[in-house]
Ligand binder design. Structure first.
Ligand code: PGA
Length: 278
């Protein structure tokens, strides 16, 4: 894992935006997996601003959102589809036929989950999957004890997740108890993963994800098994990491590594690829 620690929320957004802009500029990176939640909200604003400045183009981009509440239609203000429309899709040049979502009101849950898995494969798989992390270590809605090999399916939310997500609803009672979510196995198939976490409430989950054992009790910990993951944290979310000095040292040395690789490229040809510190 490439762990990047930034002083605050704003600089986390800046670093995440730089990575997204770089990947969007690559015509081979076209399929994006997207999260909802408070954490990615600022990244989406930065992406909208970047699009308005002419830095980003979504014309040929396909998106797959990670999850959706069961029992809400797409127009419900608490639905993730609505969140994405308000925070990103309505403001950029993405084509509506390229926006893919799990249906929150499916006639047949299993068929809907199979359709989603099939469609991800049809589009060639996810190039960059962006993630947040729940305070209980979940990714998507893969709550503790989810199978680390799970595929897209329905999931019962924990009381803590329901409480954490009550912001978009009039009260806690209105938060749906169930959701459809990409599975842990589905997420792991993305070619690259970018996970963002900010604030002290995530510190414990972040430490378990980065430095704890790989366990279904913290589904994000399975990202240790993925070869290309960047985790961008603010100081508060990084507060419980034991090897934080090493991550900072690595980040400080990144420019030197880049310069070294550049020199090698010039000397030995263009095929020398940089690593990703995973
Ligand atoms: P948050 O949610 O960004 O609202 O904290 C993250 C998550 O539950 O994945």
């Amino acid at each position: 894992m490439n762990v990047v620690i930034r002083p605050d929320d704003a600089s986390v957004t800046e670093a995440a935006y730089a990575l997204v802009r770089d990947r969007l500029a690559n015509r081979h990176c076209r399929v994006f997996g997207l999260p909802t939640g408070q954490t990615p909200r600022k990244l989406y604003s930065a992406m909208v601003a970047g699009y308005r400045r002419g830095e980003l183009d979504f014309d040929t981009v396909q998106t797959f959102n990670l999850d959706e509440y069961l029992g809400l239609d797409a127009g419900h203000p608490g639905s993730f589809r609505h969140f994405m429309e308000v925070n990103l899709f309505a403001h950029v040049n993405i084509r509506s036929e390229n926006i893919h979502f799990l249906d929150g009101l499916p006639e047949d849950i299993q068929a809907e989950c199979h359709r989603y898995e099939w469609l991800i494969r049809e589009c060639g798989g996810i190039d960059l999957q962006i993630l947040g992390i729940g305070a209980d270590g979940h990714i998507g809605f893969n709550e503790p004890t989810s199978s680390l090999a799970s595929r897209t399916r329905d999931k019962t939310l924990t009381p803590r997740t329901i409480l954490d997500n009550r912001g978009a609803f009039a009260n806690e009672e209105e938060v749906p108890r169930w959701a459809l979510t990409m599975g842990v196995g589905t997420i792991l198939e993305a070619r690259e993963i970018l996970l963002l976490a900010t604030g002290g409430s995530k510190a414990e989950a972040v430490a378990a994800m980065v430095e704890g054992p790989v366990t279904a009790m913290c589904t994000a910990s399975v990202l240790q098994m993925h070869p290309r993951v960047t985790v961008i944290l603010d100081e508060a979310a990084a507060a419980r990491l034991q090897c934080d000095e090493y991550y900072r040292w690595m980040n400080e040395n990144d420019p030197h590594l880049a310069a070294y690789l550049d020199a090698r490229r010039q000397r030995y040809g263009r095929h020398t690829q940089p690593g990703n510190a995973s």
